[in-house]
Design a protein around this ligand. Structure first.
Ligand SMILES: [Zn+2]
Length: 252
């Protein structure tokens, strides 16, 4: 999970969502409002041209990870998810700021989870500039996730970010990523710029981009010892440009 900047939605599509939000909010009875939002959402989410445009705008927002889940960043996103669930906030069903792309696993585990019982705690939101995900979560080279706050702990719980399949995916990609970086370094040493660029460009795309970004962010911090960097530490020392590889990851 990373910080995402939500783009402005163009006029006709924004108006469509606002109109439906106004209709839902105007229903005074909560049960009736939920029934209406449920029916309208199921009818419109994948079918209307506007909702298809909304999905494409979310893919733009997700940059190079376009069709990937915005929570785990690994699996294909098959769902338009409501960050604050419809069961809790039916009036936000068509709220642009509440819509995210999610995979089956994250969507399935999240379900109606949002606020932790008795604590008022809610998960980190990818678009929250005041409290971005990286201030709550740290991804390790073992594939595990360390929470840095109570919000981080609850975020791991809500999206099941420590599920074994995800941990294994992260760990395997880190191993391959490390091999590519070593190959990049060797290619530069022998003056083969073309091969070096090929290896660099490979790791700046899915499926390695999110692992690269998370791990280099920690490698460039006082907590670098938490990572199993091996020969990568030496390569970063000699070629610090590698630390900026994960920047501009929103570029297409
Ligand atoms: Zn996911």
């Amino acid at each position: 999970m990373r910080f995402l900047v939500r783009p402005v939605l163009a006029r006709p599509w924004a108006d469509y969502l606002s109109t439906w939000s106004a209709v839902l909010v105007a229903v005074p009875d909560r049960t009736a409002r939920y029934a209406l939002c449920n029916a309208q959402w199921k009818k419109r989410r994948n079918k209307t041209e506007t909702m298809k445009r909304v999905r494409r705008r979310l893919e733009d927002m997700n940059g190079r990870l376009a069709t990937h889940c915005m929570y785990c960043e690994f699996n294909e996103a098959n769902h338009l998810d409501h960050f604050e669930p419809r069961t809790r906030a039916p009036g936000r069903t068509f709220d642009w700021s509440n819509l995210f792309l999610a995979c089956d696993a994250c969507d399935g585990h999240k379900q109606a989870r949002y606020e932790e019982d008795g604590t008022g705690l809610v998960p980190a939101c990818p678009t929250d500039a005041a409290s971005p995900p990286q201030t709550h979560l740290r991804f390790l080279s073992t594939g595990g996730v360390q929470h840095l706050s109570e919000t981080g702990r609850w975020t791991c719980d809500v999206f099941d970010l420590r599920r074994p399949a995800l941990v294994a995916q992260r760990r395997d990609r880190w191993v391959i990523l490390r091999a590519f970086i070593i190959e990049w370094d060797v290619a530069l040493d022998r003056g083969d710029v073309e091969a070096a660029c090929r290896h660099r460009d490979l790791v700046r795309r899915p499926p390695f981009l999110s692992v690269l970004r998370d791990l280099l962010a920690t490698a460039d911090s006082p907590d670098a010892d938490l990572l199993d960097l091996g020969p990568i530490a030496d390569i970063i020392g000699r070629r610090p440009e590698i630390l900026s590889w994960h920047e501009n990851d929103l570029l297409a």
